[in-house]
Design a protein around this ligand. Structure first.
Ligand code: ATP
Ligand code: MG
Length: 725
């Protein structure tokens, strides 16, 4: 340990200590130093710590009394901070007066000024003792005093003085220890002071830290309001808070006053805000402070410009702007009854608000994204729901490649007046397509006339088409316009064109070639302005080959051939149509069937659908009207015959049907088949008519064919007498 020489005075080196009354217990001392250092870990106020330190120094070193004086802010006056073992009177005196470094010359001021210690062995006799010293304290009459500067590096912050009533000489070791002690004390005082100065700031920063971590863990705007308000109130030590939030795009104001959050539809806050510092902070985009007394000042100057506290009775306000990207603008306002906001508080509040702004931004983004995600989802769902409708064409449902191709053709040909021939099995939608073409064409505002060639006997069909003049034949009392005239400007749909008689075919071809007609029994040539669409479920080219249909007419009518695929070749269109009909009959029968189960779907897929879409429609209707359907159509709901036909190839009771075949019989295969199928057809048609009491419409429905097809079939098997019901 370095030897410490007395630096304090001009007196000769002190004699060797004679009295042993005062001696330092080193162990106790070291314990004391340790004890003092523990004060740091449990920081309390400076005054508190000084008291403890002085206790420790005096007690551990065996002094009788002690005092700590610290320099004030001006660093010119020593102020008594703590005394030990002073009489009340002396303590009172010590606390009530201060020692000025400039005016007072005492041991204390000298130590504070020079930063050197003074070891005073005989207070009474030492020549350095001044009048001031004597005035200050009665204990100068006897004993020894040690004055040590409290220093942070070279900076004196105060002094500590300890006194013993027994005169003593301070050995260099003892001085050394005492100075070490003083150093330790200085550091503790310094740190405690620093802590005390920053305590508030540290507390604010701790609140800020907590708030920021809370803000970072939420996407809820309500929660952000809550965190912001709660933390701001604590940091600003304020009593009132308000968040004012303006949605610039929607021009809506959102308010949260710490108790509730709401959209200020009623402009409850509108006018109120304009007279507060919220308006100023918003407009200037700067932190605005309102001190309690400023308010009255401005009030007297110009009333209209006066700033009014938002909350009455809370005039000390601060408003901090809150900017969330370009869309939202806001202000956080704090109000308190008295006091002002320190710069530290304002700085920390500003950091808090900036952090909240970032959180608002991500919360808004988050909610916009989730709203978008939601609406995207509903769009997708909607699309899926509407897919069926969207993927069709003028009531013609279908998304299969074949059908989509047909939609394109329809769109293309509709614009021109070309003749169209639609071919396809029964129930594939020939009539539907022809109507769609008409609707798509420039003739859509004019008539769509449909004629079924199979349903009208030859001669009658002729007069129906061409019309007649009065007296043209026995029944012709007055002139009748033909359908070719009636349809003028519009579309004439000639269904079952294959059933037109050969003579009519010839006449019809002439009309097509000439472009005009003559009524039966008339001479006048009437121009024809009609768009023709023909349809048939017979194989016309085969009929041409067989000679039952005119080749020239065939080429004339089939300028644009459209061949509708059977349902079994249309893939998923089956389910699309099925769903569509389920919907249709839900509405019709007021049911809530959702669709078809996977198992039922499988049966529908395997079925061959000879009656195509019409058959499907009828089956669904039957299921939904008769069967006890639940939420979904199940295999149990599906008619048994469909399941059989789906499960296996139709078995024809051949033996029963072929009685005419024997080993010796010769037979023409083609004719035999024709005859046989004719018989079968006849049996089926008869049965259907039987079941429907002779009503052809009902019989056709039972067989899933059109009424016209029924009539045609009846005719083929030689039973088509009349065209009645
Ligand atoms: N693609 C489709 N989308 C919706 N419904 C359809 C479709 N195809 C046919 N249909 C319906 O099926 C039924 C039969 O259609 P349409 O009368 O047009 O068939 P067709 O081919 O003219 O039959 P037929 O040769 O027996 O006269 C109608 O109820 C029709 O609405
Ligand atoms: Mg038809």
């Amino acid at each position: 340990m370095a030897r410490i020489i007395e630096q304090g005075g001009t007196i000769p080196p002190p004699p060797v200590r004679t009295s042993s009354a005062f001696s330092i217990d080193k162990d106790k001392l070291i314990k004391g130093i340790f004890q003092i250092s523990t004060f740091l870990t449990a920081p309390s106020s400076v005054a508190d710590i000084l008291g403890k330190i002085l206790d420790e120094v005096v007690d551990s070193m065996g002094f009788d009394r002690g005092i700590i004086l610290l320099l004030d802010e001006s660093r010119e006056n020593l102020i008594t901070r703590v005394v030990k073992n002073y009489s009340d009177e002396e303590a009172e005196k010590a606390y009530s007066s201060h020692l000025s470094l400039k005016k007072h010359d005492s041991f204390e001021t000298r130590v504070a000024k020079t930063g050197h210690y003074i070891a005073l062995e005989d207070s009474e006799k030492d020549p350095r003792t001044t009048e001031t010293d004597r005035k200050i304290s009665a204990f100068y009459k006897r004993g020894s005093t040690f004055y040590a500067p409290l220093k942070i590096e070279d900076d004196v912050i105060g002094i500590i003085a300890v006194w013993t009533k027994e005169k003593t000489r301070f050995s260099p070791d003892e001085i050394d220890i005492l100075l070490t002690f003083a150093n330790q004390v200085s550091i503790i005082i310094h740190i405690t002071r620093l802590f005390e100065i920053n305590r508030e700031k540290i507390e604010q920063l701790l609140i800020l830290q907590e708030a920021v971590s809370d803000l970072n863990s939420t996407y809820s705007i309500e929660r952000i309001h809550e965190i912001l308000i709660r933390s701001a109130l604590r940091i600003g030590k304020a009593e009132k808070a308000l968040i004012y939030f303006l949605d610039i795009v929607k021009n809506r104001v959102f308010i949260n006053d710490g108790e509730r959050g709401f959209i200020d539809n009623k402009s409850e806050y509108g006018v109120r805000i304009d007279r507060t510092i919220i308006r100023r902070a918003l407009d200037s985009d700067t932190i605005t402070v309102q001190k309690p007394d400023e308010e009255t000042d401005e009030d007297s100057e110009e009333d209209s410009d006066a700033v009014v506290p938002l909350y009455e009775g809370y005039p000390s306000e601060v408003a901090i702007p809150l900017k969330v990207k370009d869309r939202f603008k806001g202000v956080l306002l704090l109000g308190m009854r008295t006091g002002i906001y320190s710069q530290d508080q304002i700085n920390v509040l500003d950091i808090l608000v900036n952090n909240a702004a970032t959180s608002y931004d991500s919360a808004i983004m988050h909610s916009i994204l989730s709203i978008e995600a939601k609406s995207l989802k509903t769009e997708v769902e909607k699309l899926k729901e509407r897919e069926d409708i969207l993927l069709g064409f003028h009531n013609i449902l279908g998304k299969s490649k074949k059908m989509v191709g047909i939609f394109h053709v329809i769109e293309e040909v509709a614009k021109h007046d070309t003749n169209i021939l639609i071919q396809g099995e029964s129930g594939t939608g020939k009539e539907l397509v022809s109507r769609a073409i008409h609707r798509q064409s420039h003739r859509s505002q004019k008539r769509f006339v449909d004629v079924n060639c199979a349903a009208i006997p030859g001669t009658l069909l002729e007069s129906e088409l061409f019309g007649y003049e009065a007296g043209a034949f026995t029944d012709a009392r007055k002139r009748k316009l033909g359908l070719l005239e009636y349809a003028s400007g519009g579309t004439l749909f000639l269904d079952e064109i294959g059933d037109m008689s050969p003579p009519l075919q010839a006449k019809f071809l002439r009309m097509l070639e000439d472009g005009y007609i003559r009524r039966l029994g008339g001479n006048e040539s009437i121009p024809v302005d009609v768009r023709f669409i023909f349809a048939t479920n017979r194989d016309l080219s085969k009929m041409v080959a067989e000679g039952s249909f005119r080749e020239d007419l065939f080429y004339r009518i089939s300028v644009v051939p459209i061949i509708l695929p059977p349902l079994r070749e249309r893939g998923d269109d089956l389910l699309l149509l099925a769903r569509n009909y389920v919907e249709e009959f839900n509405r019709k029968f007021n049911k809530k069937v959702k669709g078809v189960t996977k198992e039922a779907e499988e049966i529908l897929r395997r079925y061959t659908w000879p009656g195509n879409v019409r058959e499907l429609k009828n089956i669904i209707e039957r299921i939904m009207i008769l069967r006890d359907v639940g939420r979904h159509i199940t295999p149990e709901n599906i008619p048994a015959e469909m399941k059989v036909s789906a499960a296996q190839d139709p078995v024809v009771p051949a033996d029963e049907l072929f009685p005419l075949i024997s080993a010796t019989d010769r037979m023409d295969y083609k004719r035999a088949v024709e005859k046989l199928t004719g018989k079968i057809k006849a049996r089926i048609l008869e049965r259907a008519l039987e079941l429907s009491g002779g009503n052809k419409t009902k019989a056709a429905a039972l067989l899933n064919i059109s009424r016209y097809a029924l009539i045609r079939e009846l005719k083929k098997v030689g039973k088509g007498g009349d065209t009645g019901t």
